[in-house]
Design a protein around this ligand. Structure first.
Ligand SMILES: *Cc1c(COP(=O)(O)O)cnc(C)c1O
Length: 428
């Protein structure tokens, strides 16, 4: 079934590290070797052996319309004809900036970069520039890209590889990073009681990088209120949730407007785009208006902008968020009922079109609780899903994503695969 993938994997090992360009793509925690993909269209992805899967990875979120939506293809094809990169401003950047700022009430201005990592590292620099303070609080289990200062207690990729942090990060780089517990405001307050130089708190408003975890009992609202009283900024890392939770992000849904917002993933529709933005007074700090330097040779790349504009324009038109809620809850019920049928302990966390099962019997509200999940069971589940035509992220701690293209036939196929996979899990 995976002959050509196996062959490419062996070939890839020679000049690529582990034959992958991002460790989450290696199948470290589920065993076996990574699949090599040939193409994708709509809800389906096809590997080099010709196996076709319903895709619930969706490039870890960006492909919210499904693969190769005709409007996106058209927009990008058109842009390609005019050239690939100019190192100068284009109208497309203004168009995408307007779409983004209109969608996020907390963003008057935005700066485009090339990835979520870049967006976050710039946002943190900006928070420090604006407040004149150095320390940043992050929550364990939240992932904010691979920049040195936030690569501690950082969720899925590291959890999958059982790594506490990363080698090569000097102590000095994390000395201004403080760790708090998700859904625990007291753990944030404890830091403020000890330190008077905290610039802000960075958070995934809906966390997707310890698996899905959802803020409980107005946690975000309380957090924002508290930060205001301390003159510290709330940085919402909406790289995953931006344009996925609603058109705009999770913040408004949850009753909070962050001081600085980070975007990525969906905003480029599969092309490398990240962004950070804030209200006028904060963005005034960014060069060339202010003294915070941040730059990029390919930032605002015209092809990537065209991908983003076409994706967001179509997304706004489709307005699939009600459908996401319906489809998501159908999948949630399928998972839970099948687990019950086979007597498997299972908890499903879901927010709109992001969801994932945990093989545990306790409610998962933070990283520590996520870690009670039985990853051995997940590995069996994962491979059975693959064999039955459903492509999932190869990690217990990654969210599954839905696209607006997902149809009843796909859901039927997922349900059949879940039945076989849950049966297999019940036998171990
Ligand atoms: C994916 C992700 C990032 C990093 O984005 P990259 O484009 O992979 O650099 C940062 N924060 C969150 C919440 C993410 O999900």
């Amino acid at each position: 079934m995976f002959k050509k993938s196996e062959k490419l994997y062996k070939k890839g090992l020679k000049n690529l590290v582990g034959a992958v360009n991002s460790p989450v793509r290696a199948f470290s925690s589920v065993g076996g070797n990574p699949l090599f993909i040939k193409k994708a269209k709509g809800t389906k992805i096809t590997d080099v052996d010709g196996n076709e899967y319903v895709d619930l990875v969706l490039s870890y979120g960006p492909m919210i319309l499904g693969h190769r939506h005709k409007k996106v293809q058209k927009g990008v094809d058109k842009a390609l004809k005019n050239g690939y990169s100019f190192g100068a401003s284009t109208e497309a950047e203004i168009k995408l900036a307007k779409i983004v700022c209109d969608a996020f009430p907390g963003m008057d201005k935005v700066r485009f970069v090339n990835s979520g990592t870049e967006a976050v590292l710039s946002a943190v620099r900006l928070a420090r520039a604006f407040t004149g303070k150095d320390k940043i609080i992050k929550f364990s289990g939240c992932y904010h890209g691979h920049q040195d200062s936030l690569l501690v207690a950082a969720g899925s990729g590291l959890a999958t590889l059982s790594m506490p942090g990363s080698k090569g990060v000097p102590e000095g780089a994390v000395k201004n990073t403080l760790i708090a517990e998700y859904n625990n405001l007291e753990s944030v307050k404890a830091h403020f009681e000890k330190h008077d130089d905290i610039a802000g708190v960075i958070i995934e408003p809906i966390c997707g990088n310890m698996g899905v975890a959802i803020p409980q009992n107005g946690f975000l609202v309380e957090l924002k209120k508290y930060l205001e009283s301390k003159n510290a900024l709330l940085i919402a890392d909406e790289v995953m949730t931006g344009f996925r939770s609603k058109f705009g992000g999770a913040q408004e849904l949850l009753g909070v407007i962050a001081d600085i917002t980070c975007l990525g993933k969906v905003i480029g529709g599969g092309f490398p785009v990240g962004a950070y933005g804030a209200r006028e007074e904060i963005m005034q700090e960014v060069a060339p208006l202010g003294g915070m330097y941040q730059a990029g040779t390919l930032s605002g790349n015209p092809i990537a902008m065209a991908g983003g504009i076409a994706t967001l324009t179509e997304l706004k038109k489709q307005n699939p968020y009600k459908k996401f809620e319906e489809t998501g809850s159908i999948l949630e019920v399928i998972l839970l009922e099948t687990a019950k049928k086979y007597n498997v302990d299972l908890v499903v966390n879901r927010f709109g079109s992001m969801l994932n099962p945990f093989f545990t019997n306790i409610e998962v509200t933070n990283f520590e609780k996520a870690q009670t999940s039985d990853t051995g069971k997940f590995a069996v589940f994962f491979w059975e899903m693959i064999k039955n035509g459903v492509f999932l992220p190869p990690s217990q701690f990654e969210a599954w994503f839905l696209s607006s293209a997902l149809n009843d036939k796909d859901i039927k196929k997922i349900a059949e695969a879940v039945d076989k996979a849950m049966l297999a899990v019940s036998k171990i």
